[in-house]
Write a protein that binds this ligand. Structure first.
Ligand code: ADP
Ligand code: MG
Length: 346
């Protein structure tokens, strides 16, 4: 990926030189960032608000494959998936820290690419980079992002607030990131067997983007606030719809009914899944990495969002004893099971 480009050994800069080089162009934008990079700890002040904090750890070979993930996209995605967790609490994300572990195979130019992606995400979503840590690693690339945000106590949405009769809503569309990954995996295999062949990603831009360049749904948090809707529960879709709705139901001590025909699936996701011999609904239920927001609302709020094209109502919350089920297009009830992506499965 970076073999043929210029290579500057990181040792030429040293740790402090590297941090300075990578973070120089980042600007502090929030008043709440009292102190960013440069001291032993950052200092934040969210006067009168509750503070939200979330961390993700990304390991090469476990969470990403550099054979098809460009480094800039990796930096961008590492930030986005983290911001998504703050948005899923109905909060405003304001700061991140970024920690990286680098093996000797990474030249400065590679790390610069990662930070370009990080900076792009920070600028687009108005986020201050306020610190991190840098280390060498024995093998591979490690990136950990911690995101910080805030919300009024009354606005924070937990997973455990869903009530019987609440409507289950999801933003955007589902399954695309997973089907995009299948295409990237397929092209990688073809490339490994025949390196002369160029990848054939023609016409698959949307789902490839869903995989490589996901975006946290800050716009949905803003929209809900404008509509004066406070979800009764909310979660972001990182592991697949089935896994996420089960988290809401378990933590809220409720059951649910989803309707297969209501699950939003983009035509490109649908057609490509079919081409690959996959069931599009299964991709939406179990695929993951869509980073859409899944939330429940009171029925009284239905009229406020029923005409929004970016939000689908896909079911409702039931009594716990009814279990968690999906009614198929052929009107058969299936019990929902979580088969979401799991970094520990073999
Ligand atoms: P310490 O020795 O206290 O861990 P460091 O020398 O690691 O401090 O870091 C110096 C400053 O640079 C700190 O403000 C830290 O948060 C920041 N920093 C270190 N690594 C990174 C990084 N990869 N990205 C952004 N900021 C970083
Ligand atoms: Mg340090």
């Amino acid at each position: 990926m970076f073999e043929n480009k210029e290579r500057t050994a990181i040792s030429e800069l040293g740790e402090f030189g590297l941090i300075k080089h990578l973070t120089n162009s980042f600007k502090i934008q929030h008043e709440s960032s009292i102190k960013g990079i440069g001291d032993d700890a950052a200092v934040l002040d969210f006067t009168g608000k509750q503070t939200l904090i979330s961390t993700d750890l990304l390991l090469e070979g476990i969470h990403f494959d550099l054979a098809y993930v460009p480094l800039m996209h990796l930096g961008y995605k590492a930030v986005q998936v983290n911001l998504s967790d703050i948005y899923a609490m109905n909060g405003i994300a304001t700061q991140i820290t970024v920690s990286i572990g680098l093996s000797s195979k990474f030249p400065l130019e590679a790390v610069e690419e990662i930070y370009k992606g990080i900076e792009l995400a920070c600028n687009k979503f108005n986020i201050d980079l306020i610190g991190g840590d840098t280390s060498s690693s024995k093998q591979g690339l490690v990136i950990s992002v911690t995101s910080v945000g805030f919300a009024d106590a009354a606005d924070v949405c937990y997973r455990n607030g869903a009530e019987e009769g609440d409507l289950i809503c999801v933003s955007g569309d589902l399954g695309g990131a997973y089907v995009g990954l299948q295409i990237l995996e397929r092209e990688k295999q073809i490339f490994l067997e025949n390196p002369q062949l160029q990848p054939d990603l023609e016409g698959k831009d949307y789902i490839i983007e869903r995989q490589l360049k996901p975006e946290g749904r800050r716009d949905i948090v803003d929209l809900l606030s404008q509509m004066k809707i406070k979800p009764t529960s909310m979660i972001d879709v990182s592991d697949g719809l089935a896994s996420e709705i089960l988290h809401i139901c378990t933590q809220s001590d409720k059951g649910c009914t989803l309707y297969e025909e209501k699950i939003p699936i983009d035509p490109m996701t649908y057609d490509t899944a079919r081409e690959l011999g996959l069931d599009p609904t299964v991709c939406a239920l179990n695929g993951g990495e869509d980073y859409e927001l899944l939330f429940t609302i009171k029925q009284a709020d239905y009229s406020k969002l029923k005409n929004d094209v970016d939000i689908s109502i896909i079911g409702h919350i039931t009594d716990k004893n009814a279990g968690c089920n999906m009614i198929s297009k052929s009107n058969v009830s299936h019990e929902l099971k979580a088969q979401g992506w799991n970094a520990f499965k073999g």
